[in-house]
Design a protein around this ligand. Sequence first.
Ligand SMILES: [Zn+2]
Length: 501
Amino acid sequence: MAMATTTIKQVLHYQPEHGVWFAANQALFNRVAAFYFEVIQAHEKVLTLSNKEALTALEKLTHTTQKNPTPVMPLEEILEDIPAMFRRAAINAALGSARSFHSHLARWRKRKEKAEAKGKKFHERPPVPPRTWNKSAILYVGMWKERTDTSIVMKVWTGTWWSWIKVRITGRDLPGAAEMGSPSLIRRGNQWWLHTPMEKQFKSPGKIEKQVTTNAHTKMCAVDLNINENLAVCTIQTVEGTILATKFIHGGRRISGFRKQQLGRIARNRRKTGIIAEGEQDNVHLWNKIRHGDEQVAHVVSARIVQFARQHEATILVFEHLGNLKPAKGKYSKRGNDKRAYWMKGRIFTYAKYKAYNAGILTSRVNPRNTSRECARCHSLVARYNTGQPAEGYISGAPLVFCAQCGMKGNSDRNASLVISQRLITRYQKAQEKPPTPLARERAEKSAGVVTSQDAKGKEEPSIPQAGHGETNEHGTAQDVSLRMEKCTSDILCQLRLPLE
Ligand SMILES: [Zn+2]
């Protein structure tokens, strides 16, 4: 079994005074969490324990009972009568922060030692423990009851006493099949929300190797990520080679233009101010804008990829490895832009992998070598060229490809995505064909006898049939590569635009 987690976000409807209570409740939660962080700092050994053991140890240090009348650091100094489940939620929040802080600290110490061992100066500042606490209160069982689709009863600290209040909920209903985690009371601006993590168990999808080698109808969604206008080009292909659909996800020019604008502003600001203070981030606001833009595009693009895969019931998602970032030449803003586009590609992959997994789709990556230079139909080298120019040579990044060997013509990114999915199939089929324990030399002789060249090898791979059964209203759906691929380049224009704001 596999597990998927999603968070259901619901708006709360409450009287104005309840809003004040939620704030008081959160403030208390943070005071208690900060208190336990101090306790942990004073008793660092707690961090070597499991969460469950640490909880017991911390309660012993702080909680007054008949058996434990004089704890070392009594919690009562903050407030008497804190409900046990409120305390425990705060302890776990403090434990999480403390574990994160101490692992950062340990890594910093290691880097420092390493630098000093090499005789280098070490300027990096050590991580600091949280100065302010702004965590959302988590409601463990016991702090809430009578939850329905439209309401919940919660126990909150009003600032002077503990009170049970009933609050109306709107928004997404909780999915029935999933297991509910502890909800959190979250403030967004002036509005309070209830966020509930949902964990869903599902039958783990079969291993990719098994899917590819045992079922010729397994559908794969192959994705070619780019830094040009087509941020992602996805094709659905079955293992036996039928191409069912293609999707172009645009927005590359827009995000690149946005980044360029911000980077230009940063460069101008820097020229104006001259020296940048060491260790201090300049133009924080502009950097944040760039980061948020990239982050948002990565989320939108990855969601679209997975949505497309689900729509066509693909069970495998294939990308190519990112390769290395080639140091770009040119102005500061150009270099910075390319670097960020490269990072964004990495993020699109990571998010897509996570979103796909939650949908029961597995993700794999293949060798990126020459995916753009190879013909998806016959595996010869293709010519890549710009619209209106002769179909010859290879212009990196140009939108069209032509294969002199088999006559295939089409969109270059789409061709690359087809090559990507074929690589995955080839990988597993080759793995299967391998004799159990061949000697290296034997194998070389054997293969030399059977396969004479890359091209010949290519012909053994699944060929692309001339007729398929894709829906005709799908943009870029292609049954026949040579005919339909040309058409899909003009279809790019009708595709959706990426909303940035
Ligand atoms: Zn070809």
